[in-house]
Design a protein around this ligand. Structure first.
Ligand SMILES: [Zn+2]
Ligand SMILES: [Zn+2]
Length: 275
């Protein structure tokens, strides 16, 4: 009897061991605390809850926090945007550029941790869907391009890598071919605002010919929602980037997209720098 129980226990243990070996790949450590979480998310629930979410009490135009009184007003735009409206119609950000998001984005951008782009892109998509009642779904996602020299150096474009999960989850086509960076710009980080504006002036060229040619030649098939075709330039584009600080890069690219015939350009970033 006893040996029988032991045999059962042993076979149960073998089964549990085998099951754990199979199930383990479905779980992975939380990128922040190391707790095991389901592979569908890179963050455990407590860490996810403590991320520096930007929330909705922000200027519709530039995504900087509004005073509580202004946040409930109809316009929901800050004084700066009312006096000098930026070229883009709206900035949408999931987070404030604060730790640990800033840490993750720096590791994504400068230390080759490209896997963080998928985690952050998925979290961005979930947050966008949570707020979708007050948002408008664009026709096309356009990641801010890197200059080819910078792309060779880094090996990937962090904006494109963030845009991939967004496109997949939101079901919006992704176009990373129509927009090119014409000249390498000096590193933006650390430059004062006026220098940043000069730095990015005439840095981009937009040509939607690839999009209009049936979405085939210019774009990877996996990144295109088949059946979408534009008779002209898309009417509503969301530019995707990792961080928005002064908005100079986003403004320069927006001006190019508007010149190419896009009626509404939004800027979606993972994190907004709050001055
Ligand atoms: Zn955690
Ligand atoms: Zn504003």
């Amino acid at each position: 009897m006893r040996s029988g129980m032991e045999a059962v226990n042993q076979s149960t243990m073998d089964w549990v061991d085998k099951w754990l070996k199979n199930i383990r790949p479905l779980f992975r450590p939380c990128v922040l605390c190391g707790d095991r979480v389901q592979a569908s998310s890179g963050f455990c629930p407590p860490c996810l809850g403590e991320l520096p979410w930007l929330g909705a009490a922000v200027c519709r135009r530039c995504a900087l926090p509004l005073a509580a009184a202004a946040a409930v007003a109809e316009e929901r735009t800050c004084g700066a945007c009312q006096h000098h409206p930026p070229p883009y119609a709206q900035v949408w950000a999931a987070f404030r550029y604060e730790s640990p998001i800033s840490w993750l984005l720096q590791r994504l951008k400068y230390q080759g941790h490209v896997v963080y782009a998928r985690l952050l892109g998925e979290v961005m998509a979930a947050e966008w869907l949570r707020q979708q009642d007050v948002l408008r779904r664009p026709e096309l996602l356009v990641p801010v391009p890197l200059h080819p020299a910078r792309l060779r150096q880094r090996g990937y474009n962090q904006a494109l890598e963030l845009a991939r999960p967004l496109a997949r989850i939101l079901g919006v086509p992704l176009d990373h071919r129509s927009c090119r960076r014409l000249r390498p710009t000096a590193m933006q980080a650390g430059l004062p605002a006026d220098r940043r504006r000069i730095n990015v002036r005439q840095a981009f060229r937009v040509d939607f010919a690839g999009v209009n040619a049936g979405m085939g030649a210019g774009m990877g098939a996996a990144e295109v929602d088949c059946g979408v075709d534009f008779a002209g330039p898309p009417r509503h584009v969301a530019v995707i980037d990792d961080v928005l600080t002064t908005g100079a890069t986003a403004a320069a690219l927006t001006e190019c997209l508007v010149a190419a015939g896009v009626a509404r350009v939004e800027v979606w970033v993972c994190a907004r720098t709050i001055r």
